[in-house]
Design a protein around this ligand. Structure first.
Ligand code: SF4
Length: 163
């Protein structure tokens, strides 16, 4: 019975994603599952940013939040992340006009700006590996903030993230 239920659920999910919900609906119309499916798992939003106090310019660094698993590029405390890391930004479709801080590659920002998903997005390619192959994932390119002394933060600025 369990196996049958699993196959049924998979088929339901296949049908749902075959519909390309992200092309049929506005961001504000997505349900919770569809919203989560949009995340490509790149981990770029977990990169620490530095802000110039005078100009308010923001720069991405090669350091990521200490909660990010550097192998799987998943948050190790996803349900509690906002309590554990008060700076972790909550964003939803209602705040789409302020997605400018997200990398240009981010699926949420792309759709909010009327762009389509890229070829490497898992919903298009069918695998998260393309996010790595296309050089979008932070996998192998970043270190945990826990391993960098605060005096070295400024030297960690990177230029490979377009935002
Ligand atoms: S930058 Fe966007 S697509 Fe990438 S992990 Fe963050 S929310 Fe997901």
């Amino acid at each position: 019975m369990k196996a049958k239920a699993f196959i049924y659920n998979c088929r339901q999910a296949e049908r749902k994603f075959a519909i390309k919900f992200w092309e049929q609906k506005l961001l504000t119309e997505l349900d919770a599952e569809e919203w989560e499916q949009l995340c490509d798992g790149c981990g770029r939003c977990c990169m620490l940013k530095l802000e110039d106090e005078d100009t308010e310019d923001v720069a991405y660094t090669g350091m990521v939040c200490g909660l990010l698993d550097l192998e799987t590029i998943n948050c190790t405390q996803y349900p509690q992340r906002h309590e554990l890391v008060p700076d972790c930004v909550v964003f939803d479709a209602a705040g789409a006009e302020s997605f400018g801080w997200l990398p240009k590659s981010c699926a949420y920002r792309r759709l909010a700006e009327g762009r389509s998903l890229a070829w490497w997005h898992p919903l298009i390619s069918g695998t998260r590996q393309t996010v790595v192959d296309a050089g979008i994932s932070v996998h192998g390119r970043v270190v945990s903030e826990d391993n960098v002394h605060p005096d070295e933060h400024e030297s960690m600025v990177v230029t490979w993230v377009e935002y």
